[in-house]
Design a protein around this ligand. Structure first.
Ligand code: URA
Length: 428
């Protein structure tokens, strides 16, 4: 049998757009984790992938080698279907905070391994941790205990799950190799395979407040994620959803928890409730379950489940949230109809107020954020407050106000209504 080829040969082949032989990507990832392939070699190979892409078989092999680089949650003993959803992230996207306990209240088990703030988009873990006492850094056995007791958990992926993705993601982050469809897809799906769920829904956001701003790219990512996860025998579907304006009205850690609690109590902004219900129905379909998600919100069953999850993770669900104070408002420059409420600019302004990080080790400010008092299509009067900026007492709102300079457009007529779910990509 021929000796395995050296890393430099695999880099050269990928640079020329050639497909690697079966087993070669697995050996490359394994060699990297054992420090036999250098950081420079791995970074070169990743850059070659950014330019040349991967075949379906190579993508499957990369994902498998990352998923199998560590342990796996053992969910087999749970007495019901295991489900989860993954959002590619958007401004004001607090769907997980509602959907996870909602699905648990409908008889599913939801072991959600989630992330922290990335650039202008927030992180579910940072939001949940604004509830006093909540811990999201749990060991695999703690994660399993909470899911078994409560039906759901929202936690950070422990270091033993898909460790290759942790190392590769950090390398990609520092070598401008994050923006590659196969690298994004393998990173996301490897973690979900290690999570071990049976049913999975992808929410790929598209618009100024999302990772993807072009609809074709979002559609391709949604289709790739769904096909890749199905290759690992996960029942999967994907949707492409709008992220041109923030989802709901609140953008910020504690502010978003407050709004999620409103939806969990049968109230809250209609767009957020609609997307939560749409995703819940799709997960029920994928897991062959019946149930009425709207009734579970309206009856308080989903909120009870949320409180139980928070308690099981060390938090005090009824303690006051660290909401901060209102620092400033941004007012309508004229009367008319609000035709743009730019999610990207609002995400940047919230980040400048302190809701996200400048360096991975920085803490986030739970009080920082923005409340949208009106959404696109609303009739507004000149001088009417449209956005509220929130933060710590005495904080200077000017840097955030500057980011909002072009965030708002008021026109003479309402913009055409835009559906929230732009496309449903494949199912089952
Ligand atoms: N989220 C991930 O988990 N991985 C990526 O590569 C991009 C977004």
């Amino acid at each position: 049998m021929a000796a395995p080829r050296a890393a430099v040969e695999l880099i050269a082949d990928k640079r020329q757009g050639l497909a690697l032989a079966p087993g070669e990507i697995g050996r490359l990832v394994d060699g990297y984790l054992r420090d036999q392939v250098s950081e420079a070699q791995m970074a070169s190979w990743l850059m070659a992938v950014c330019w040349q892409g991967l075949s379906d078989r190579e993508l499957q092999e990369l994902t498998r080698s990352m998923a199998e680089s560590g342990g796996r949650l053992e969910l087999g003993s749970l007495p019901g279907p295991t489900v989860d959803k993954h959002s590619t992230g958007g401004v004001g996207d607090k769907v997980s905070l509602v959907l996870v306990p909602l699905m648990a209240s409908l008889g599913c088990f939801v072991p959600q391994l989630s992330g922290r703030a990335l650039g202008a988009t927030g992180g579910t873990l940072d939001k949940l941790e604004s509830i006093p006492g909540v811990r999201c850094e749990l060991s695999s056995s703690e994660i399993l205990r909470v899911v078994r007791e409560v039906g759901c958990v929202i936690a950070a992926a422990s270091p033993e799950l898909a460790p290759a993705d942790r190392r590769l993601y950090a390398l990609r982050d520092s070598t401008a190799t994050v923006q590659s469809l196969p690298l994004i897809a393998s990173s996301i799906v490897s973690k979900k395979v290690a999570e071990g769920v049976q049913c999975l829904l992808f929410d790929v956001k598209v618009g100024s407040g999302a990772l993807m701003s072009d609809p074709d790219g979002a559609r391709r990512l949604a289709a790739t994620l769904a096909e890749l996860a199905r290759g690992f025998h996960i029942r999967t579907s994907a949707m492409v959803t709008a992220m041109d304006e923030p989802l709901g009205r609140a953008v910020g850690n504690a502010l978003e928890v407050k709004e999620a609690l409103d939806v969990l109590s049968g109230d809250g902004p209609p767009d957020l409730r609609e997307l939560v219900l749409e995703e819940a129905r799709e997960l029920l379909r994928l897991s062959d379950q019946t149930g009425d998600p709207a009734a579970a919100l309206d009856s308080g069953a989903a909120r009870e489940r949320f409180s139980a999850m928070v308690r099981a993770q060390g938090g005090a669900p009824d303690a006051p949230l660290p909401l901060g104070v209102r620092l400033a408002t941004l007012d309508a420059p004229r009367g008319g109809f609000l035709s743009r409420l730019d999610a990207g600019a609002i995400g940047l302004a919230a980040w400048r107020l302190g809701r996200g990080r400048r360096a991975p080790s920085e803490p986030v400010d739970p009080a920082a954020g923005i409340v949208c008092l009106a959404k696109a299509g609303a009739a507004v009067d000149r001088g009417e407050p449209l956005l509220e900026l929130w933060g710590r007492p005495g904080q200077d709102p000017q840097p955030a106000l500057l980011a909002l300079k072009h965030a708002i457009l008021v026109g003479n007529s309402p913009p055409p209504p835009r559906p929230l779910v732009l496309e449903q990509v494949a199912g089952a």
